[in-house]
Design a protein. Structure first.
Length: 209
């Protein structure tokens, strides 16, 4: 084979290789251009929420209950002599708390604040105990538990303990169980005659889900 024929054979061989590579390239190009369509589907969810009810009611007589805000506190009914105190005398008044018929949660009650006014305020101290009934609240009652220790200044809640209120066992029909408190106020030996005082206490109920 002459050199020219050899050159032509090589050229043709190169051409075939080039064409083969190009053909392969075309095949690859076609393969890259073929893509599958994406499949997707969505699910949507929603939730509806309700808010529970919580309300504590108080009563000075254990019969008539209501809400008593800061501007309209319940008037306590103290035992005889509350308006004519003498030195070292104790008077007492009941106060009853319960949760209303539609309250969804139990509660923990704390003494959140105490305030006093009047000339005799500094000569009076108080104590709060739990008793079994309204009738069980007397000046000498010892109670089943102490919420505020004896000798506490009229405007103080130092040393106070919490207590619990239970929600209704028949929601919508019955109130929660009554808790009977007894507030005992004692005058000092140095009480000045013809003076007066006012004491106001705040019971704070917090829900316990």
């Amino acid at each position: 084979m002459s050199s020219s024929e050899t050159t032509q054979t090589v050229d043709r061989s190169k051409n075939r290789k080039v064409k083969a590579i190009l053909a392969g390239g075309l095949v690859l190009g076609l393969g890259a251009a073929i893509t599958l369509a994406a499949w997707n589907d969505s699910e949507f969810v929603t939730g509806t929420f309700g808010v529970g009810h919580f309300n504590v009611l108080g009563s000075a007589d254990g019969t008539t209950f209501g809400d008593h805000a800061a501007g309209s506190p319940a008037a306590l009914s103290f035992t005889t002599g509350f308006n004519n105190l003498s030195p070292s005398e104790t008077v007492a008044a009941p106060y009853v708390l319960h949760l209303d018929t539609t309250t969804n949660f139990d509660a923990t009650v704390s003494m959140n604040s105490a305030a006093s006014s009047g000339t005799a305020a500094g000569q009076l101290t108080y104590k709060i105990i739990k008793v079994a009934s309204v009738a069980g609240c007397t000046p000498t009652a010892t109670g089943t538990a102490t919420i505020v220790p004896a000798g506490t200044a009229l405007n103080s809640v130092a040393g106070a303990s919490t207590f619990n209120l239970a929600r209704s066992t028949s929601l919508g029909t019955l109130t929660g169980a009554d808790v009977f408190l007894c507030i005992q106020v004692t005058s000092s030996t140095s009480l000045v005659q013809d003076t007066s005082a006012v004491g106001t206490w705040e019971f704070l109920a917090t829900s316990t889900p």
